[in-house]
Design a binder for this molecule. Structure first.
Ligand code: AMO
Length: 451
């Protein structure tokens, strides 16, 4: 592509700087000379006129090179340009109703920063350009697609609204260790690592730390990675996911459900009013704005298992409710809707979850669902040391390895409750993504450790 007799050569940035982003140029700048920088997303050759789409982080700008209208050298250079070239353009703004932002640019001088050596293995203009594995192998190029850029801008804004909401609710954001000594969510999904002379693990969840922090800060949240050794290949499991963990003192699981409901409604409303993304074709919230302004249905675990048995499914009390089983319910309240499944069997939940006062077989817990997808789980936690020790023994846990946690419970742990929301799964419910790997920039799963 970069032949020796080419009049295109790669140049340094030097003293060129962008004067505007694409979003900042409009017909009011008619006649002005601007400097734009980005990459070429498409080129169209119409004989003596060349149309180039120059894309930057905000969108496209049309560059129009007409023979005789722009300098001869620039026209000759334009004829040699290729898609994906990293380019700077100094040019004059003219109005053009049909072009993005109502303008186009007549190029006066070009600066080519980087010429592609070969064409990428897929077209970035199309919505489904290649299988997900090929796309992930070239993820940085895949992310040049408008479709994915919209998804990650939506993700960014969801995080912004979560922080705004929780901060308004007087929570503080914390960061807890990701290299830990013991498992909080059961031993099977752990990633062991070497930690100097000892064995350690990548954190499955900040559970133990967020509970401890309620002693001092009362209301905390953390947005960070959780690591799960998930051997299954599904469209909803990652080995490294992002969790929004929330924990509060002096509340129970009912209060956390109300908080989650408010948070999700706040996010949906904020997205629907966000000028940058409210019109994005990737956003899927229209129905949710109408449906979810009321509280989400709450269905007890025992109610659901009974329903399943009534339609002929062989479900025993205590069994997990798989997505396949939930789909069988065919209940309008559950399809494409947020709802809670509450009061799970105590045996099905981790050691820190509080039993129901009247019936120790069930516990003060919930899963937040969207259709058959689990978005979050939460519970009231055990705050009494003796009860916690007793439960840990019943679960067969080694008390010595939890010594650092148990000792805290001698010093006045408040009643507390909380939940963890899987950000990628939540993003899937608000967009049209059907594979969780497109909800995270560089997914990790059993088959993928790079890029
Ligand atoms: P749980 O294990 O249910 O609960 O995880 C909470 C939420 O995190 C998301 N999640 C995942 N997302 C993608 N890939 C995975 N492998 C994965 N694993 C979990 C899900 C899930 O609902 N400590 C408790 C939370 C709490 O009680 O505060 C916990 O970790 O959306």
């Amino acid at each position: 592509m970069n032949s020796s007799n080419s009049i295109l050569r790669e140049e340094e940035l030097g003293n060129w700087r962008k004067s505007h982003y694409s979003s900042e140029i409009n017909p009011s700048l008619e006649g002005r000379t601007v400097i734009l920088m980005g990459w070429i997303s498409s080129i169209r050759d119409h004989g003596n006129i060349q149309f180039i789409m120059l894309r930057d982080k905000d969108g496209d700008t049309q560059i129009i090179a007409k023979k005789g209208q722009c300098p001869d050298l620039v026209y000759e250079q334009v004829l040699q340009l290729k898609e994906h070239t990293s380019l700077g353009v100094s040019g004059k703004v003219i109005s053009q109703r049909k072009a993005p932002n109502g303008i186009e640019i007549i190029p006066l001088e070009l600066k080519v920063f980087s010429i592609p050596i070969q064409a990428p293995p897929f077209m970035v203009q199309s919505r489904n350009p290649a299988g997900i594995d090929t796309r992930l192998d070239f993820r940085a190029i895949d992310l040049r697609r408008k479709y994915l850029q919209d998804i990650f801008i939506i993700r960014n804004n969801i995080l912004k609204y979560i922080r705004t909401f929780l901060s308004n609710e007087k929570f503080i954001e914390v960061n807890t260790p990701k290299i830990i000594a013991t498992a909080s969510e059961g031993g099977t999904a752990l990633f062991p690592i070497f930690y100097y002379e000892r064995e350690a693990f990548l954190a499955q969840s900040p559970q133990i730390y967020k509970e401890q922090l309620t002693m001092a800060f009362e209301k905390v949240f953390e947005i960070g990675p959780i690591f799960r050794a998930e051997p299954s290949r599904t469209n909803r499991h990652l080995s490294e996911a992002t969790s929004i963990d929330i924990e509060s003192a002096f509340v129970d699981y009912n209060d956390i459900m109300v908080l989650l409901e408010k948070m999700i409604q706040f996010i949906i409303k904020s997205l629907s009013e966000d000028d940058n993304i409210k019109n994005s074709p990737e956003l899927d919230i229209d129905k949710k704005i109408n449906d979810n302004n009321k509280s989400f249905p709450r269905l007890k675990y025992s109610e659901l298992t009974e329903k399943l048995r009534n339609i002929g499914e062989k479900v025993r009390w205590g069994d997990d409710l798989s997505p396949q089983l939930i789909k069988k319910l065919d209940d309008d309240r559950l399809n494409n809707n947020f709802y809670f499944i509450t009061d799970w069997p105590t045996a099905a939940k981790p050691f820190y979850v509080k039993e129901n006062q009247d019936d120790s077989k069930i516990c003060e817990s919930f899963d937040l669902m969207y259709g058959s997808l689990e978005i979050s789980s939460g519970s009231t936690r055990i705050s009494n040391k003796e009860i916690l020790i007793d439960r840990m023994k019943k679960k067969g846990l080694n008390l010595n390895s939890f010594d650092y946690h148990l000792r805290i419970f001698s010093y006045g742990v408040p009643p507390h409750a909380g939940c963890g929301v899987g950000l990628e799964r939540f993003l899937m419910t608000l967009t049209k993504i059907d594979n969780i790997r497109d909800a995270i920039l560089y997914p990790r799963d059993i088959d993928r450790l790079a890029p």
